[in-house]
Design a protein around this ligand. Structure first.
Ligand code: F6R
Length: 252
């Protein structure tokens, strides 16, 4: 694993956006795997700045998001589809027909999962952006004694619903299920970019990156992938820095 720890959050954002833009420029038909949550917001902002400055066009890019809540109607402000429009898609030149998320309102959720996997099989992800849950989840693959490889309907842990309740008026409004790419789908990406911020994630970062590979910490399976780049702010990386101070590389 290639681990980089940044002094400033904006440095992390620019570095991640540079890697994404580099992938877009290198490929004829680049495929990006995207995430939602608070972590990628600054990264998307930096991608938008690079688009506005003329550094990159997203016209040939296809995107697949990791996940979507089940049961939130289209246009609901907490759908991940809304988030993606709001934070990225509406600000760049990517054609809407090339942006995909699982449909959490599908009448047949199982066939929606198969449809998503079929599309991913035809368009393998070049670069997958990931955040990390406090419990080690990636996408909505929650800690468990078994994990599912492909796209599936996942029940959300109470701890995850509580963590996401900050975006809703009440905890009861937070959906109890999501459709998520499985760990197998995520690990098929050619390159994985894991971005993590904040002291509250320092322990899970250490566990995921240096602890045992176990389904009880889904992110630990990233240790089996040959091309993972981990971008951490100082707070998220502090337990790793304590063990290996050379990991810290400040980008001024
Ligand atoms: C989002 C996703 C989640 C988040 C994770 C971290 O699409 O799949 O796994 O990446 O919950 O969320 P934040 O960045 O809000 O801490």
């Amino acid at each position: 694993m290639n681990i980089k720890i940044f002094e400033k959050q904006t440095d992390l954002d620019h570095y991640a956006a540079d890697l994404i833009v580099e992938t877009v420029k290198q490929k004829d038909r680049p495929v990006l795997g995207l995430a939602t949550g608070s972590t990628p917001i600054g990264i998307y902002k930096s991608m938008v700045e690079k688009y506005r400055s003329g550094e990159v066009s997203f016209r040939s890019v296809t995107t697949y998001n990791l996940d979507e809540y089940v049961g939130l109607p289209s246009g609901h402000e907490q759908t991940y589809a809304y988030y993606m429009q709001d934070n990225l898609f509406q600000h760049i030149d990517i054609p809407a027909a090339q942006t995909f998320l699982p449909n959490g309102m599908a009448s047949d959720l199982q066939s929606e999962c198969r449809r998503y996997d079929d599309m991913l099989a035809k368009q393998p992800v070049d670069l997958q952006l990931l955040g990390l849950g406090h419990n080690g989840h990636i996408g909505f693959n929650e800690p468990s004694d078994v994990l599912t490889s492909g796209t599936h309907v996942a029940p959300l842990k109470e701890s995850t619903r509580l963590a996401n309740a900050r975006f809703f008026n009440h905890l009861e409004e937070v959906p109890k299920q999501a459709i998520t790419m499985g760990v197998g789908s995520i690990l098929k990406a050619k390159t994985i970019l894991l971005a993590v911020r904040g002291a509250d994630k320092a322990a899970i970062v250490r566990e995921a990156l240096t602890g045992p590979i176990t389904t009880e910490c889904p992110a630990s399976l990233l240790q089996t992938h040959a091309n993972v780049i981990v971008l951490l702010d100082q707070d998220a990386g502090k337990e790793l820095i304590a063990n290996d101070p050379t990991l810290f590389m400040a980008h001024q």
